[in-house]
Design a protein around this ligand. Structure first.
Ligand code: GDP
Ligand code: ZN
Length: 385
């Protein structure tokens, strides 16, 4: 079994490299690359286990080098019988996602269903924009095609192509379109995303062989369940490539600089390929000399999301200047309005969603602290060189 060299790390002869597939406390599961250069020094390449449970060298800890799932790492002192090793170096990350925490991911697999639940184009747009904001490639996949006639499926495909996406149409239930999807996941690190009920878990279980038997060496060792919010694990696909087993963002809040939002719409990117707006900071709201017309389906969604981004940016700006009596609001038609600042109490009233988010953040931090404590405890048995 080989793991492709995702980050393009050129391995020196005699060095052992692999990809971290799971992390818990200070233990790391490392799926090793092809072991050709080691084969010469051992009886048989086939005897070498593909995954080693590793600790992190003390010198990496000292310089604060964290190790994440997806990291490309160099492993030293392999103990083939005990299937242990030590991580000696971490390759520079090509990409880094925070939720779920995954390094070197190449793409987001965005799963929606054509029915049950009905496909909500506004919700789809939010998920697409959120995925675009990561800067990773997007593979859009529409599941439950068994519930829709062929011509209705074709209508969806044509509509989404006009948005700039080429959806892979599948049915997990009837095993339709799965080889095409597997092809899109080949030799890449993929993180799954999408709303609940669309069939993400069903799909992940189908794509990862012997899904029901999946127990990681790491969580097995520590006697813990896999499915905590923070922990993510990468699983090897039969066709090559790795898939994160934890779905990514579920309720996307779009928060970005207003200028960055246009980049998240293929329709805008396409229109700006050959034409430029008159103003370099144009937000494409019918400003004079704007090269982005309004004659595309998702233009109203763009305007609405833009409005949110402008307001949020303004709120962030205002909170940095608590003395200001007025705040500036940019209206839909681009006019600047001065509004009295809300009283701090009212202004700070926390929505249910942000309260939930804060609780989640707190949980993340607590889990982190527990991990760190465990890491400290286990330092005693950690062999440092
Ligand atoms: P998740 O919340 O996105 O992880 O969705 P699940 O995998 O839990 O699936 C939600 C429901 O959709 C379950 O009842 C599945 O059996 C069903 N489901 C999943 N894939 C398909 C499919 O291709 N066709 C149909 N008709 N139902 C599906
Ligand atoms: Zn413009």
């Amino acid at each position: 079994m080989t793991t492709p060299s995702f980050a393009g790390q050129p391995a020196e002869p005699g060095t052992l490299w692999g990809t971290v597939t799971a992390v818990q406390a200070n233990y790391y599961s490392v799926s090793l690359d092809g072991l050709v250069s080691f084969g010469e020094t051992l009886d048989s390449v086939a005897d070498i286990p593909p995954t080693l449970l590793c600790t992190r060298r003390a010198r990496l800890k000292k310089v604060g080098q964290q190790v994440m799932v997806g990291d490309r790492v160099q492993v030293e002192d392999p103990d083939w019988e005990g299937r242990r090793g030590a991580i000696a170096a971490v390759s520079q990350r090509q990409t880094q996602l925070d939720r779920p925490p995954v390094a070197n991911a190449n793409q987001i697999l965005l799963v929606f269903a054509v029915a049950e639940p009905d496909l909500d184009v506004h919700q789809l747009t939010r998920f697409l924009v959120k995925a675009e904001l990561t800067g990773l490639d997007i593979c859009l996949c529409l599941n439950k095609c068994d519930l829709l006639e062929a011509d209705a499926q074709a209508t969806w495909q044509a509509r989404l192509r006009r948005w700039g996406y080429a959806p892979v149409m599948i049915s997990v239930k009837q095993s339709l379109g799965l080889p095409t999807l597997a092809d899109a996941l080949k030799n890449r690190i993929t993180v799954v995303s999408g709303p609940s009920g669309v069939g993400k878990s069903s799909l992940i279980n189908r794509l990862i062989p012997a899904a029901e038997l999946r127990v990681s060496a790491v969580s097995g060792k520590l006697g813990r369940g896999r499915h905590t919010t923070r922990h993510v694990e990468l699983f090897e696909l039969l066709t090559g490539g790795l898939l994160a087993d934890t779905p990514g963002f579920n309720q996307p809040d779009i928060a970005c600089a207003p200028q960055a939002l246009g980049e998240c719409f293929p329709e805008i990117r396409e229109r700006l390929q050959n034409h430029r707006c008159q103003f370099t900071d144009c937000l494409h709201r019918a400003e004079p000399g704007c090269a982005v017309s309004s004659d595309w389906e998702r233009y109203p969604d763009y305007l609405q999301l833009l409005d949110n981004c402008v307001t949020q940016t303004q709120l962030a700006h205002d909170s940095a200047d608590p003395e200001a009596a007025f705040k500036i609001k940019i209206t839909d038609d681009g006019q600047i309005q001065h509004e009295p600042r809300l009283s701090p109490k009212k202004y700070r009233r926390v929505s249910r969603r942000s309260r939930k988010q804060s609780l989640e953040d707190l949980r993340y931090e607590l889990t982190d602290s527990i991990d760190n404590l465990e890491a400290l405890e286990e330092e005693d048995i950690d062999i440092d060189f």
